[in-house]
Every structure is written in structure tokens, then in C-alpha cells.
Ligand binder design. Structure first.
Ligand code: GUN
Length: 279
């Protein structure tokens, strides 16, 4: 198996298992970030490719929290809507209400797995929606561990493996921590306030980084034979970049790694639609 793990290859396997005739998805976007529109369009394109109706509600910058909450309440009660997703980040004036907005979504329609109810369930090891990025990371770990015998529904036991996560967000770090604990991994969580990051990364069997800091991780910070998953996608003058410096020395040292672009990204939209199939 190649060292470089392509998200697209895994996405194709997952897409084939998504049934037809799924309910409608509504994406609420209230964001000033042009990149957010790009990610949102990618979700719509994936939905279209799978025959899923995905409506985008793109709010103008003057929108207020009350209007979004009203819309969510309407969608919660609309039986034709299977999934509701609040795209992040929000306009700065809405950010203080971020959790109030997310938690207004009916947990049964929260295919993004971001509500307190669904993240609480995950922390208790109960069945729930995994946030799409977390689900994508889990599939990549399965793919790397199981190699030729990989299947999306395969069991994964990470007993004895040390996963180091650089992120403590509700989108990635926190739910990923609970997910990997549920698979018996030993988990260390690092973040922007961690001192001496290399002391932690150098202990990892599996390293997942999602900081958006280009060049944060290099070959000197990891041990030989590890799996490195780079979740970041940053637009730079020389193209899209992740957190990891992928050079000859890095490639020689690792067992597997995900490239940017083409690693985690293409898989997240497939995992999101797979969640819709669980509603
Ligand atoms: N912003 C960046 N990634 C995501 C995601 O997976 N879900 C939501 N809601 N917002 C995001």
C-alpha cells in the first residue's frame, strides 16, 4: 500500500454504500469567509452527485441570531427536512451566539454532530452522528490499519496505540478525542496553548493536526513508522498547504500520511452524506 493515503479512494467506497432516496439537507451559512462558500458548494456538489437535494440558505451580513433561530425552529418541524447543518465560522457579530445557534438544531437532524446532545452521547460512547471531519479521520485510520481488508463498517481496535491530536475545537479535537477513546486508543490532546509541542508529537503512533499553521509539523517532530493525518487546508501563494512539511525526510520516516489537498478534504463530504443516510 502506498504511503500517501488518498481521501478520494476511500470516498468512492463510502459513496457506493449511500442509498438513494435520502431526505433533504439544508445548509445555513452566515459567514464572511469566501472559503466557507467554497466548502459549502462542495457539500452541495457531493449531494447532487448522490441524488440528494441540498438547499443553501446564504444569509446577508446584517442577519441577526433571532432570524436564524426562527429558521432552525421551522426546519426542525418540517418533516421533509432530514438534515440541518450550520456552516462555521459565523459572522463575527453572531459568534457569541455560536453554541445557542448550533444547539437549536434538533439532535435527530444534526448530521454535523455538533449539538451538545450529540457530543454528549459521543462522550458516553453512545451511537450518534460523528462530525464529518472526525468520521473522515476515523476512516483514514481504519484504512491505514486494515489495509487491503478495509471496509467502512469494519471494527477498529486501537488498544495500545497513542494518538496525539492537535486541536481542541468542537468540530475536530473534542469529538475526535471521544471517538478514538471509544476505539480504545490512548489519546493526548494538544492545542495552541501547549508548550513544547514536539515532546508530545514525538510520542505519537497516530498524529492528527488541524491548526491551520502551515509548516507547524516536520519530520524532526515525529517518530519512525507513524501515521500522520493533516486536516488543515490553507490557501497560500504557492497553493493549498496543510500543517505538515511533506519532504523527502518526512516521507522516508512515516508509514502513512495524508496529502493536502486530496487527503481528508474529499472524504468529509462523503461522510456527511453517510450521516444523512442514518437519519
Ligand atoms: N466549517 C469547517 N468545517 C466544517 C464542518 O465540518 N461543519 C461545519 N458546520 N462547519 C465547518
Amino acid at each position: 500500500m502506498e504511503k500517501k493515503i488518498s481521501g478520494k479512494a476511500i470516498a468512492q467506497i463510502i459513496d457506493k454504500q449511500i442509498p438513494t432516496g435520502l431526505g433533504k439537507l439544508v445548509i445555513l451559512m452566515a459567514s464572511p469567509d469566501p472559503a466557507t462558500l467554497v466548502w459549502t458548494k462542495q457539500k452541495q456538489e457531493k449531494a447532487a452527485a448522490l441524488g440528494i437535494h441540498a438547499e443553501l440558505i446564504n444569509y446577508a451580513p446584517a442577519v441577526q441570531t433571532a432570524a436564524i433561530l426562527e429558521k432552525i425552529a421551522e426546519l426542525n418541524h418540517d418533516h421533509s427536512i432530514a438534515g440541518i447543518l450550520v456552516q462555521l465560522p459565523l459572522y463575527p457579530h453572531l459568534e457569541p451566539d455560536r453554541l445557542a445557534i448550533i444547539n437549536a438544531v434538533n439532535p435527530a437532524k444534526d448530521i454535523d454532530g455538533l449539538t451538545a446532545v450529540n457530543q454528549g452521547k459521543l462522550a458516553q460512547g453512545l451511537d450518534t452522528f460523528l462530525p464529518a471531519t472526525v468520521a473522515a479521520i476515523l476512516e483514514i485510520i481504519k484504512y491505514a490499519e486494515l489495509e487491503e481488508s478495509y471496509q467502512p463498517e469494519a471494527n477498529l481496535d486501537l488498544a495500545g496505540k497513542h494518538a496525539v491530536i492537535i486541536s481542541h475545537s468542537i468540530l475536530i479535537g473534542r469529538p475526535l478525542t471521544q471517538t478514538l477513546l471509544n476505539h480504545n486508543a490512548t489519546v493526548t490532546i494538544c492545542h495552541e496553548y501547549t508548550k513544547d509541542l514536539a515532546a508530545f508529537t514525538s510520542q505519537a503512533d497516530i498524529l492528527i493536526t488541524a491548526t491551520g499553521k502551515v509548516g507547524l509539523i516536520d519530520h524532526k517532530m515525529v517518530k519512525t513508522g507513524i501515521l500522520v493525518i493533516d486536516v488543515s487546508t490553507v490557501k497560500t501563494e504557492v497553493g493549498l498547504k496543510g500543517d505538515v512539511v511533506v519532504d523527502e525526510e518526512f516521507i522516508a520516516k512515516v508509514k502513512h500520511y495524508t496529502p493536502v489537498p486530496g487527503g481528508v478534504g474529499p472524504l468529509t463530504t462523503s461522510c456527511l452524506m453517510a450521516n444523512l443516510a442514518k437519519t
